[in-house]
Design a protein around this ligand. Structure first.
Ligand SMILES: *Cc1c(COP(=O)(O)O)cnc(C)c1O
Length: 374
């Protein structure tokens, strides 16, 4: 075997710890998982119904064109069918965009403290990552990004990924700032700007950019969305990308023909129609975030206000230790080892009682572990 250095040194994605594994390891019967930004409501009943009906057709291959799904997404986005491609989770689309638009030796531009799928997929494709340093408050540094964009053609930068809102910080890039990025990128015909809007449904900020509208003006803008979060379909794997048809056609060329199975296609259509579920998801997250803000302040911890369905907070302690003690108490949060944020934990919003269990456990653990370097 001849394995390339990129594959040998690839550090795989570390998912949130599964509930069953935690129960086994710590001999627990009740576990609250607030580690993967999943929807706390459970699945939509309408989606479950659609899945049951679709199950009768699983001996057939799925529709490779995702015809009905793309019709629904065309309505939702205001873009033509040719402007849309579906993926097995938005993760597959991130992977495809890098493989299709960058070659070994090319670069992708990624902010520090952003989603780890971008550098992982890049490395797997033998594409280098050019990092945009983040600001001291961990937010996206627009000035630093503009500097990197200015040299995009010279440095073979083919894609810029902007997770907006960002995971794991919950911060966002404003409409004005995003417009500056898009304007700057226009000078570089071989550069695509990818807005990853995985948490768009939870945004409360008034000056958040309208990605779908901006595509009409900026032909090099790609918007990627997922149904894993607000629509509660994380386990089914579905995401989609919207962009100029010329861009989208290249993704269609390379994607697997049956990348979205027929159960998922049925679930997506039902999910997009279930507006009640969406409203409940949003309410649950907004109330949960406000509860977390209040409680974290009471515990003397600082947090980053979030536009997503999780909050990143500073434990002021070794977060690995805090996380371990929380696990022993049946609460799974997400330490951010790969991110150089050794004191931070990310906590997804759960149902009200889950949020309370998490805060109670956290309060206990904070008393147990002394603060570091005050
Ligand atoms: C959760 C998340 C996704 C969703 O990935 P899927 O593959 O659709 O589950 C995409 N981007 C970001 C930034 C995320 O946090």
């Amino acid at each position: 075997m001849k394995i390339s250095n990129d594959i040998l040194t690839l550090v795989p994605y570390v998912p949130g710890k599964p509930i069953d594994e935690t129960k086994r390891e710590f001999n627990l019967t009740e576990v609250v998982k607030l580690a993967s930004n999943e929807n706390a409501l459970g699945p939509s009943p309408k989606v479950l119904e659609a899945i049951q009906a679709a199950a009768l057709e699983i001996h057939r291959y799925p529709d490779p064109a995702c015809y009905d799904v793309i019709s629904a997404l065309s309505q939702l986005s205001g873009h033509s069918r040719a402007s849309i491609v579906c993926g097995n989770g938005s993760n597959e689309l991130i992977d495809l965009f890098i493989r299709v638009f960058a070659q070994p030796g090319d670069r992708v531009l990624v902010s520090e403290n952003s989603f780890v799928a971008y550098p992982i997929c890049a490395q797997a494709a033998h594409v280098q990552v050019e990092w945009i340093p983040s600001k001291s408050d961990l937010s996206f540094d627009v000035e630093a990004a503009l500097k990197k964009i200015a040299s995009a053609t010279q440095n073979k930068i083919r894609l810029l990924f902007v997770a907006n809102p960002n995971n794991p910080t919950g911060q966002y890039v404003s409409a004005a700032d995003f417009q500056r990025i898009l304007e700057a990128a226009q000078a570089h015909p071989d550069l695509l700007v990818v807005a990853d809007e995985a948490y768009v449904e939870f945004v409360r900020a008034q000056d958040y950019p309208d990605g779908f509208a901006l595509i009409k003006k900026y032909k090099n803008l790609v918007v990627i969305r997922t149904m894993a979060k607000a629509y509660g379909l994380a386990g089914l794997r579905f995401g989609y990308a919207v962009a100029d048809p010329e861009i989208i056609q290249y993704i269609h060329r390379v994607r697997n023909p049956f990348n979205v199975n027929n159960i998922v296609q049925a679930a997506v259509i039902a999910g997009l129609e279930d507006l009640d579920y969406m409203r409940q998801s949003q309410e649950c997250v907004w109330q949960g975030l406000d509860y977390f803000y209040k409680e974290l302040s009471r515990l003397g911890l600082t947090y980053i206000p979030s536009q997503a369905n999780f909050v990143l907070f500073d434990t002021k302690r070794n977060a690995e230790k805090v996380s371990y003690e929380l696990l022993r108490r049946g609460v799974i949060l997400r330490p951010l080892k790969g991110y150089n944020l050794p004191q931070f934990l990310r906590m997804s919003v759960g149902q009200a009682h889950e949020n309370q269990v998490a805060i109670r456990a956290l309060e206990e653990v904070l008393k147990l572990i002394p603060e570091q370097g005050a």
